[in-house]
Write a protein that binds this ligand. Structure first.
Ligand code: EPU
Length: 429
């Protein structure tokens, strides 16, 4: 008998060299949908959320809500949550392992039930990703937190108002704190909060539910309510999906109209695209047109919190820089291990050197198609972009990473003229 294991996954086959042309409709934001779906746990009333993208991470969130006892129904791009029958307070290991953002249930569960039992998220592909800031806010609010068999076992008898200055700016940490304190009727103050549009979208929802939240600079003053209402909400567009298509339009020397976007959310991305030579026109409140011809100019990019350049666009801009006319520098300041696309881009002929947190990219004439492996969501998007401009065929492996955060990517790209196909991949090893 041979000792063979069969490895099954899906891959993309991309034929390079086609310019992206036409229009594309941008989906609802993944990173706004997740906390908003989870915020429904704060109430007993029905919540309807529109423009929720069909993604693996959304499915995982629905699975988590259902596990907790909520009724969840999808009708097209609308998701209805009935949280009245929620009876569990546990986020099990199998779900947290699939999606770290599962930790967002901590705030709402503590707020509504005074209890949460949540598997401890470990490190992940892009870094250590501690949640100490989430826990510090919970403790200030009066929670007791113990570690039991790999789980955080939390209890909170009465939510105390909190004054806290975040030691690092954290998106989900800010969201967890806001959700918990929205149930506290006394006034809390959070300083050094994240201002990402996804956080602001959640604040919009918490206000609809009945919390008073004022944001001034990086300070939020929260006066919550013991009774929070159900809500109706339409999720903001996904600025990272939009940014990915914008880079694609430019580097393929194409011409793409993006529909259903919020241009203000894309300020730093637009600035860097223009600096690199792209033509970016704000057509209206929700439309942007991007086109390009000729080689990109090299860039110097440093990722930072919003409104700075997003870490979630770093890998895609690395592809742009890899064919730029000169030497670019990209510094990753948010996550300590977010250069995993680099060895894969090098396999495609990119000239990239890493020095600490900085990648130095010497533009080459052309990338070449190769078999490359996805390691995380944005890394896989960058490999698809690289495939679009490479000579010959690129096989992007392990695209389940990409399915976590891009809705119908291949269909949208095909509509713009790309040659890309999803195939099952079976390999013996
Ligand atoms: N950090 C701490 N302590 C904490 C929380 C964060 O030290 O308690 C550190 C992290 O280790 C990291 C930095 O602070 O170095 C920023 O992390 P943050 O908490 O802001 O990240 P996150 O909330 O886990 C969200 C997005 C990410 C996005 C980052 C940064 C969601 C569900 N995820 O993650 O999105 O990269 O903010 O903008 O909103 C993606 O969509 O591909 C993705 C990874």
């Amino acid at each position: 008998m041979t000792n063979t294991t069969l490895y099954t996954s899906e891959c993309f086959i991309v034929e390079g060299g086609k310019a992206l042309r036409g229009s594309v409709k941008i989906s609802g934001s993944k990173n706004a949908s997740l906390p908003i779906l989870i915020a429904s746990l704060l109430t007993q009333e029905e919540c309807s959320i529109k423009r929720v993208p069909k993604l693996l991470d959304v499915e995982t969130t629905v699975q988590l809500l259902t596990h907790l006892g909520a009724g969840v129904e999808r009708q097209g791009d609308m998701v209805k949550v009935d949280p009245s029958l929620v009876c569990r307070q546990e986020a099990p290991d199998e779900i947290v392992r699939k999606m770290r953002a599962s930790v967002l249930v901590m705030g709402p569960l503590l707020a509504r039930f005074g209890k949460a039992f949540v598997s401890m998220p470990g490190g992940c592909a892009i870094g250590v990703r501690s949640i100490d800031q989430h826990l510090k806010v919970f403790e200030r609010a009066g929670a007791s937190i113990r570690v039991r068999h790999g789980y955080l076992d939390m209890e909170l008898k009465e939510i105390k108002p909190v004054e806290y200055t975040f030691e690092v700016i954290t998106v989900t940490g800010t969201e967890n704190a806001l959700m918990l304190l929205s149930k506290c009727s006394k006034r809390s103050v959070l300083r050094n909060i994240a201002l990402e549009p996804e956080v602001m979208d959640l604040i919009d929802v918490l206000r609809k539910m009945g919390a008073e939240i004022d944001v001034d600079g990086r300070t939020a003053v929260i006066k919550g309510s013991d009774y929070l209402r159900g809500f109706e909400h339409e999720v903001i567009p996904d600025r990272i999906e939009a940014g990915t298509f914008m880079v694609g339009a430019f580097i393929t020397s194409g011409d793409v109209l993006l529909e259903g976007v919020i241009p203000e959310h894309l300020g730093s991305v637009i600035e860097k695209l223009r600096e690199s030579g792209a033509r970016v026109e704000i057509i209206s409140r929700d439309k942007i047109r991007v086109s390009g011809d000729g080689k990109p100019k090299p860039l110097s990019i440093s990722t930072s919190e919003y409104p700075g350049f997003p870490t979630d666009m770093q890998a895609q801009f690395m592809v742009l820089c890899s064919i730029a006319d000169g030497i670019s520098e990209i510094t990753e300041n948010i996550f300590e291990n977010r250069f995993q696309h680099v060895p894969e881009l090098q396999r495609m002929g990119a000239d990239i050197h890493i020095k600490g947190r900085t990648a130095i990219i010497r533009g080459v004439k052309k990338l070449q198609g190769a078999k490359v492996f996805s390691t995380d969501l944005r890394a896989s998007a960058s490999l698809v972009l690289a495939g679009l401009i490479a000579e010959g065929t690129t096989k992007v492996m392990d695209i389940h990473h990409l399915d976590r955060g891009y809705e119908n990517l291949e269909e949208k790209l095909r509509k713009l003229g790309a040659v890309i196909e999803r195939r099952p991949h079976r390999e013996e090893n």
